[in-house]
Design a protein around this ligand. Structure first.
Ligand SMILES: CC[C@@H](C(=O)O)C(=O)SCCNC(=O)CCNC(=O)[C@H](O)C(C)(C)COP(=O)(O)OP(=O)(O)OC[C@H]1O[C@@H](n2cnc3c(N)ncnc32)[C@H](O)[C@@H]1OP(=O)(O)O
Ligand SMILES: [Co+2]
Length: 142
């Protein structure tokens, strides 16, 4: 089950400058900064009541964020939904005909397991599913 919007991902060119900007906007500092090399990103997270904003800067020219910035410029990159059982949701969405970008969940930021759906199959919006890493899943993870 998709339980809530866990975060909204925003692609930025300069995360230090954007941290300052969003700190002023939200009147609160980021609670976490983390680099996830497997995704080619450096992130920072801001809490906004029940949800979060995730700022993303590319760590290499091959990063999905670098390609996105080149094509579309800065802005909303993805919407992440929290799921209670990521393997069960991946199976359900595959059966419903959605294009999963990952065969198995990948390590995400902020202690999450994540999987992406191709934006071409979701009205042009990249969707991330994420589950707390320490939650039990329907099957053991490799
Ligand atoms: C920090 C970890 C994690 C977390 O814990 O929260 C993250 O959030 S990581 C975020 C970064 N990682 C990802 O985005 C992984 C999933 N993305 C991908 O696999 C790829 O970016 C993609 C979506 C498959 C696109 O890759 P590719 O086909 O190689 O790139 P193109 O640049 O050629 O794009 C093809 C096509 O898709 C459009 N596109 C790309 N990204 C997005 C997007 N975020 N939202 C909407 N549309 C997107 C792109 O514009 C191209 O369209 P056309 O030009 O019309 O063909
Ligand atoms: Co994300």
């Amino acid at each position: 089950m998709l339980t809530n919007i866990e975060h909204i991902g925003i692609a930025v060119r300069n995360i230090a400058a954007s941290n300052d900007l969003f700190t002023k906007l939200l009147n609160t500092a980021p609670y976490k900064a983390e680099t996830v090399e497997s995704e080619g990103v450096t992130t920072s997270f801001f809490r906004v009541n029940q949800t979060k904003l995730e700022l993303l800067e590319a760590t290499s020219p091959n990063s999905p964020i670098a390609r996105f910035l080149e094509k579309k410029g800065e802005g909303i990159h993805h919407i992440a939904f929290e799921v209670d059982d990521i393997l069960a949701e991946m199976e359900r969405l595959k059966t419903e005909g959605f294009m999963l970008l990952n065969e198995t969940p990948r390590p995400g930021a902020d202690n999450k397991l994540v999987c992406f759906l191709h934006p071409k199959g979701t009205n042009g919006v990249l969707i991330e599913l994420c589950q707390e890493r320490n939650k039990p899943t329907s099957e053991p993870l490799e």
